[in-house]
Design a protein around this ligand. Structure first.
Ligand code: SPD
Length: 284
């Protein structure tokens, strides 16, 4: 039987231990070479539109919610009263969309180094990037590490929604940057950073957790499931100057908008900090 000709996107990435991942695509919606990276918006057959930076999947419309809900609602439900929030990266708008669901938040500064990511996501991914139209959001096209270093004691929550540690985001995986996060937070502040996969990037995870442990009185590592990412899972390092994210979070905080959520629940919040035996040993 003749096979239909098909076009595939393939993510073959050196930090993922030789594994590759393929997604069938219908068409390239837009491809643009910015001064920082190649930005692609692809229309996939199974997963809706997909944002790809330098050949690496950033998000698909199909499974972005499990990433954006967990990177946002875990720290925001842990902080006693989050008002001022900084998002570093996050140029697709998905994290800002989730942060805006918290009525206590009065200001979001979003610092995305590449303004073309914001431009293309506004154009092609409105279910994420319409968050940029909210008056509480200010978008800065600056280097995230320099941005936070210049704003001591300014934020209740800082969320680092970055790409991987190769290319423009490399600096966001350094101890110097985690030190700047600490200074950017108020006395009870909480930071959360995109911290890769416990399967493919265990050394990176261990390194980031060691920064958190050495700089913050309370730290944790938690995971979420994203089927279109390497190994289908990704994790976050949580750095807290105040509350403990497992014992001290507010279980009612997301109740008012629970019907908008597809992944986060208070039970998932607690469970996400339970780690496989091997990882728990490595991080202890
Ligand atoms: N390996 C890909 C990790 C990408 C994490 N950031 C995605 C940005 C979504 N807002």
């Amino acid at each position: 039987m003749p096979t239909q000709s098909q076009t595939w996107f393939e993510e073959a990435y050196e930090i993922d231990l030789g594994r590759t991942f393929k997604i069938r695509i219908n068409r390239t919606v837009e491809r643009f070479a910015s001064p920082f990276q190649t930005i692609e918006i692809l229309e996939t057959a199974p997963f809706g539109k997909m944002l790809v930076l330098d050949g690496v999947v950033m998000c698909t419309e199909w499974d972005e919610s499990s990433y954006h809900e967990m990177i946002a609602h875990v720290p925001l439900s842990t902080h006693a009263a989050p008002r001022d929030v900084l998002i570093i990266g996050g140029g697709d708008g998905g994290t800002a969309r989730e942060v805006l669901k918290h009525d206590s938040v009065r200001r979001i500064d979003l610092c995305e180094i590449d303004p073309d990511v914001v431009r293309l996501c506004r154009k092609h991914l409105p279910t994420l990037a319409s968050s940029f139209d909210d008056p509480r959001v200010t978008v800065y096209a600056e280097d995230g590490a320099a941005f936070v270093a210049a704003r001591p004691n300014e934020y209740d929550v800082i969320i680092v929604d970055s790409s991987d540690p190769i290319g423009p985001a490399e600096v966001l995986f350094s101890k110097q940057f985690y030190t700047a996060l600490r200074s950017g937070l108020r006395e009870d502040g909480i930071a959360v950073t995109q911290s890769e996969s416990i399967f493919y990037h265990e050394d990176t995870v261990a390194q980031l957790v060691s920064y958190a442990r050495s700089l913050f009185p309370v730290w944790g590592y938690y995971t979420t499931m994203v089927p279109t990412y390497p190994s289908g899972t990704i994790g976050f390092t949580l750095c807290s100057k105040g509350r403990n994210p497992v014992t001290g979070f507010d279980r009612e905080r997301t109740a008012a908008f629970a019907d908008t959520l597809s992944y986060y629940t208070p039970k998932m919040h607690t469970a996400s900090f339970s780690l496989p035996a091997r990882v728990e040993r490595r991080l202890s």
